[in-house]
Design a protein around this ligand. Structure first.
Ligand SMILES: Nc1ncnc2c1ncn2[C@@H]1O[C@H](COP(=O)(O)OP(=O)(O)O)[C@@H](O)[C@H]1O
Ligand code: SF4
Ligand SMILES: [Mg+2]
Length: 365
């Protein structure tokens, strides 16, 4: 078995809400791993902690207290480190019955060490594309100039002319027509879809070991979404880049993923090979994953019901996390035999098949 390029263990990232005088437990015990060359699809409803997990990996969580504990192991051909190593020296946690109730953090000390550690990783080793490409690009600089600078900063190509040629090649590779002309466009001069292509070109031009794509198709109109998905499928086949693909849309996840992690309420509730998790039927699957699969807008799901099925109930309140299973209030598969446990005790993420883990009492009777 190949060693993972990224291995996150029990990551916790909290924010403090002054109005609620309590922590928002955005990421509350996330463990996942990505193997070299594979695409890990991270899926879950809005608010489940997907983006905060990604920003935690990149060291880009700005609001306090931010990352408070866990391990983010990163190992590429060039670099091996725990991104969070020694950072817990700057945090003091107060716990009650296993729950984190209080956090004291030396934010300045944390930031200084974190920035130093991330300077050789961010962009060069791990690069990220976001949902709003226009907001993530510099509006005052041409698209070509931004890609050229990224190449000069993060790859061995330092000469101006060579970096420019490489930038044009990347624009061409992501299927931007007339790349030489587009090189001189500012982000606002490109359509949303073209801007996302340019953002993908910029992220890949740094030749990172890991690409994190956070909702790369969300916000674009439907035809453009499917074209960007087609491009990602082609680039995956061509470059075989290791990718963490985040989306609330299980259709794009199923098109691209080798492995899948399903997030709910700040934790991973199921993870494993895509073919097992995304297979039809409720067999050996977390009830939340089954519910997500039935909410895919496929002709089959809409047929018969006449509408798209949404998962009933509200998304988890990440301030008042229940004592038992986080999905209990919405779960339709609780049996009398396990009801008490579901209500009172949170299940662990445990192996239910080869490389397949789930957090549900149904499988540990
Ligand atoms: N800076 C912040 N301050 C307070 N709460 C935040 C902050 N950023 C995110 N959150 C909360 O954390 C939770 C997870 O957010 P996010 O990771 O963005 O979800 P997802 O990407 O899965 O939709 C949400 O409830 C969100 O409101
Ligand atoms: S542990 Fe219980 S409530 Fe949670 S998903 Fe499984 S059956 Fe449903
Ligand atoms: Mg998000």
């Amino acid at each position: 078995m190949k060693a993972p390029i990224l291995k996150i263990e029990d990551l916790r990232t909290y924010f403090y809400s002054k109005s609620k005088q309590a922590f928002i437990r955005s990421v509350d015990g996330v463990s996942l791993k990505i193997t070299k060359g594979e695409t890990l699809g991270v899926v879950g409803e809005s608010g489940s902690g997907k983006s905060i997990t990604a920003l935690s990996i990149m060291g880009l969580v700005t609001a306090g207290p931010g990352i408070i504990t866990g391990k983010i192991g990163f190992k590429s051909d060039r670099v091996q480190k725990n991104i969070l190593q020694d950072l817990d020296d700057y945090v003091t946690l107060t716990k009650e019955r296993g729950r984190i109730m209080g956090v004291q953090k030396d934010e300045e000390g944390w930031q200084e060490v974190s920035e130093r550690r991330m300077s050789k990783v961010r962009g060069k080793e791990i690069s990220m594309i976001f949902q709003n490409p226009r907001q993530s690009m510099n509006p005052f600089m041409t698209v070509g100039r931004q890609i050229t600078e990224a190449i000069q900063l993060h790859t061995p190509i330092k000469g101006e002319a060579a970096a420019k040629e490489r930038a044009i090649e990347w624009l061409d590779r992501v299927k931007i027509d007339s790349p030489r002309l587009r090189f001189d466009n500012h982000p606002y001069g490109l359509s949303g879809g073209m801007c996302q292509r340019a953002m993908i070109a910029m992220a890949l031009s740094c030749e990172p070991s890991l690409l994190i794509a956070d909702e790369p198709t969300t916000g674009l109109d439907a035809t453009i979404q499917s074209k960007i998905a087609d491009l990602l499928v082609e680039l995956k086949a061509e470059l075989g880049i290791t990718t963490m693909l985040i989306s609330h849309d299980i259709s794009i996840i199923s098109r691209l993923s080798d492995a899948v992690a399903v997030m709910y309420g700040g934790t991973v509730v199921e993870t494993g090979p895509a073919r097992d998790l995304l297979a039809k039927g409720e067999d050996r699957k977390h009830p939340y994953t089954s519910a997500l699969l039935t909410s895919i807008p496929s002709a089959e799901n809409i047929k018969g019901k006449g509408h798209l099925q949404a998962i009933e109930g509200d998304v988890l309140d990440t301030v008042n996390i229940p004592a038992g299973c986080r999905f209990y209030g919405r779960c339709n598969r609780v049996t009398d035999k396990i009801r008490e446990r579901c209500e009172r005790q949170e299940p662990d993420l445990r192996e239910i098949g080869p490389g397949h883990k789930a957090r549900c009492w149904l499988y540990f009777e």
